[in-house]
Design a protein around this ligand. Sequence first.
Ligand code: PMP
Ligand code: GLU
Length: 396
Amino acid sequence: MSIELSKIVQSMEPSATLAMSGKAKELKAKGETVYDLSLGEPDFGTPKHICDAAVAAIAAGHTRYTVASGIPELKKAVVANYKDRWGLEYDPTQCVISNGAKHALHNSFFCTLNPGDEVIVPAPCWVSYTALIKLCGAVPVVLQTKESDDFKLTADDFRAAITPKTRMLLLCNPSNPTGNLYSKEELKALADIVVEKDLFVIADEIYENLIYGDHRFTSFPTVRDGLQDRTILVNGVSKTYAMTGWRIGWTIAPAAVSKKMGSLQSQETSNPCSISQYAALAAITGDQSCVKTMLVEFEKRRNYVADRIRNIPGLSCAEMGGAFYAFVNIKEHLGRKYGGKQIDTSEQWCLELLAQKKVATVMGSAFGTEGYFRASFATSMENLKESFDRIADFLK
Ligand code: PMP
Ligand code: GLU
């Protein structure tokens, strides 16, 4: 008799971003040259002083289990950072250090949602939100935003989507995959509804340090009183410090929620890697010039990508205020033949682009919005240039 899968995992798909990057890696392993814009992962090495701190942590014997919810020094540094930047006061016990922000999101959903609860997820949305919500038996209510609203959830649309089962709003700001940023006023309009309807919010602010041009980031709980008690902040070091492989993220949540998350973690995973926690501590408390250096480079790439998209007939893209993604409208290029092959969906388009031109991107449908592809510009200028030359050629 074969082992039966649980009902809850039967419909679970692998992460589409990781699946596309996996396809690119497979081709590379076969000796093909692949131009990979699939993954949102900085191509920079982790800054040296952070790596040195990890080596020092090993030498100092920080190689054992830590407190399941993370080392107190790191929690203290994380909350001090929110106080310094946003004036938000939290107790270090409200912070839980996890194995990346993805794990922090899982903890957040698992500790707050009951089966049947609805979570409003503005789309286009990052690929893992809906899967993680469904794993709790809760219901992601994917709400399409409009390109004409810069893909931002409006207060009217939010209000109209609320039902008696709505518990939570998920806000990803700056957004993966569109790079849009909410203004303080826009956040305030959403926050007023959150308070009026007695909801709570998961604010995924993992791209908060990657902001371009005149754009300004506002942390959600700062926009009015009464939000700290109904917001779970999610963040981490992966994107800001080029530390994707170290697996450190965190939540800052109301004390009772954090306590349970710590218990959940103690049962499920124990502590996140002890060495990575010391590295993350060095990242947060150390010299921040590395962040600026990487940001300058990302901004050059963002400007280059925006320019390329503007100059390829039939492609368009909303202004990227933050993060490192372009969400590119290809509607004019669907419903036609490519090399004799009919292409109607963004998935077919991305797979064919990979097959014919060896450029890896992610289909808009994976983010809940058809008619687009996502290109990550967390990669070298050479890679971007060759990729967009090939995309232009593909569209001819
Ligand atoms: N949130 C968003 C919006 C992301 O793009 C990512 C990317 N991986 C994560 C959370 C998770 O980040 P990590 O687990 O690497 O900390
Ligand atoms: N968040 C990144 C992305 O969207 C990394 C992959 C993932 O975790 O989904 O590409």
